[in-house]
Design a protein around this ligand. Structure first.
Ligand code: HEC
Ligand code: HEC
Ligand code: HEC
Length: 440
């Protein structure tokens, strides 16, 4: 008897179970990301009638505003919805699509079924879509709401415009590779009403987890841009931008009541402070248009969320070891600096003034473990958005040209360590890192 056939048997005996195992794992992962169903884009002629009456279109406009479609699908110089906004990612830059009804460069040829599929599954006629498109949030939308958005989109001017090509490196540049990403990270989850919670809470959850996609900024990302359930709304440095979006939960928002939080969302300002940076943009372009009921619903939901078991600052502390408290570095001549440059508006006692100038004492933004917002606002100034409810916001002046590095570090540590504030000290290198951030 020769040896070869025996080796052949071994290949079969070992190979079959291995192949079966690979197929089984692959099958389970395909199932986990939504099954073959999610990957199969509806083809062919329009089969779903779409209501386009004025009331539906108006509702679609309201919903599209809350979903911020225009902001992500436009640049400063482009026509609205014509796409081309750049999204810096780990592997290069991705550009948003033209979603005007243009037949060639937009989504004019899409059927209602195809639009529903793209919003629900993140797979459109042009292939698998990158998660920079918040389909992981939009999957929660009710079909009637998706259709209303589509009805509104179809009424917008068609713009012939092709966004720049993505500059992603392989394998991220290959849309097919998104299947692997989906198998590892995308878990479709229906958002069922929780009967024990009231109507406002359920509505708030629908808006926050769905259209509002708040976790795209307020939740820390896990590997390759995926949103993680463990760090859901637990606060995060926004990828590609030098801003920190704080945690949204009952503990982090303890100083707000539902009314003042709803006012903040609709006007960009409240007695605890004004919005600035990316949050000012979100309020300006989207949230200021919230109905008062929806603003209260959002406030009801986010103030009810339990704090995460381990907050990112604790995790950082575990990683970095003991930190220097700001209080130990402040003191002496720095009080005079504060008096001269900040006290007029923020008060000698750091309590702010007249509900116009926000308090620095007890302010989580000031004490955040990640001090990027505090440093950034002090260097470059800040302004709440201009909204119907706050047409002439007060602004915070920039100090980058008035104060040297040593003074700035001492002053910020004074602010982080006075009036009961007890945050970690910031360092010269943190200040320099923020100073060299791109301003946009
Ligand atoms: C946070 C930014 C962001 C928001 C908000 C956003 N989009 Fe997008 N969208 C993108 C990006 C980026 C792409 C491109 C994804 C890709 O190329 O895979 C995209 C792609 C799409 C596509 C696929 C287009 C095609 O040609 O395949 C559709 C449809 C779409 N978005 C609709 C919407 C609608 C409707 C809204 C509002 C409810 C919206 N988007 C809000 C970033 C966004
Ligand atoms: C002319 C008045 C004025 C002066 C002087 C001023 N600020 Fe402000 N500051 C403001 C206003 C108004 C805001 C709210 C901005 C907004 O709503 O976006 C603000 C916001 C802030 C915030 C953000 C607070 C938050 O809620 O997160 C910080 C931090 C801050 N100021 C620190 C300082 C420091 C430090 C100084 C001194 C170096 C200073 N400010 C001087 C008016 C002032
Ligand atoms: C584009 C990124 C981005 C998105 C999307 C976003 N936020 Fe924010 N948000 C921020 C940043 C950055 C801050 C910190 C700056 C500030 O306080 O204005 C912030 C601050 C806030 C604050 C103030 C927290 C505090 O303790 O002072 C609230 C409340 C808030 N966001 C709620 C929301 C809700 C609700 C949504 C979704 C409907 C949302 N945000 C969507 C970036 C974002």
């Amino acid at each position: 008897m020769s040896v070869a056939p025996r080796r052949g048997w071994w290949v079969l005996i070992l190979g079959f179970p291995l192949l079966a195992l690979l197929l089984a794992v692959g099958g389970v992962l395909i199932g986990a990301q939504g099954g073959f169903e999610a990957l199969r884009v509806p083809k062919g002629a329009e089969s779903q009638p779409l209501a386009t009456d004025a009331a539906t279109v108006a509702r679609g406009k309201y919903l599209a505003t809350l979903g911020n479609c225009v902001t992500c699908h436009s640049t400063r110089s482009s026509e609205p919805l014509a796409g081309g906004r750049a999204f810096p990612a780990e592997f290069g830059v991705l550009y948003s699509s033209n979603i005007t009804p243009d037949m060639e460069t937009g989504i004019g040829r899409w059927t209602t079924a195809q639009f529903r599929h793209a919003m629900k599954h993140g797979v459109g006629p042009n292939g698998l879509l990158y998660p920079a498109f918040p389909f992981q949030n939009f999957q929660h939308l009710e079909t009637a709401d998706v259709d209303a958005i589509f009805a509104w989109l179809k009424q917008q001017p068609a713009v012939a415009s092709t966004p720049p090509s993505n500059t992603l490196s392989a394998p991220a540049s290959w849309r097919g590779a998104l299947l692997a990403w989906r198998m590892l990270f995308h878990r479709p989850q229906p958002l069922r009403e929780v009967p024990g919670q009231g109507e406002a809470w359920n509505r708030g959850r629908y808006l926050v987890e769905g259209l509002g996609h708040c976790d795209m900024c307020h939740g820390e990302r896990a590997a390759y841009g995926s949103l993680s359930r463990e760090t859901h709304l637990s606060g995060s440095r926004i990828p590609g931008q030098g801003w920190y979006a704080p945690a949204l939960n009952s503990q982090a928002l303890a100083r707000w009541d539902i009314d003042s939080l709803a006012t903040y969302l609709r006007t960009g300002t409240a007695s605890h402070g004004g919005a600035y940076g990316p949050m000012a943009e979100v309020i300006y372009s989207s949230l200021q248009h919230l109905s008062s009921g929806d603003a209260e619903a959002i406030a009801t939901y986010i103030t009810s969320l339990p704090p995460p078991r381990i907050v990112p600052s604790q995790r950082d502390a575990l990683r970095l070891g003991p930190v220097v408290r700001a209080r130990s570095l402040a003191g002496g001549p720095v009080t005079a600096l504060y008096q001269r440059h900040c006290a007029d508006c923020h008060g000698d006692d750091g309590r702010g003034r007249d509900g116009i100038y926000p308090p620095l004492a007890g302010n989580p933004g000031v004490m955040a473990a990640d001090p990027v917002n505090l440093i950034r606002v002090t260097l470059f100034g800040a302004a709440a958005p201009v909204t119907a409810g706050n047409p002439a916001p007060h602004t915070m002046p920039p100090f980058i040209d008035q104060l040297g590095e040593d003074d700035l570090v001492a002053l910020l540590n004074h602010v982080r360590g006075s009036w009961g504030n007890d945050a970690s000290a910031i360092t010269h290198s943190q200040l320099r890192a923020v100073r060299s951030l791109p301003l946009d």
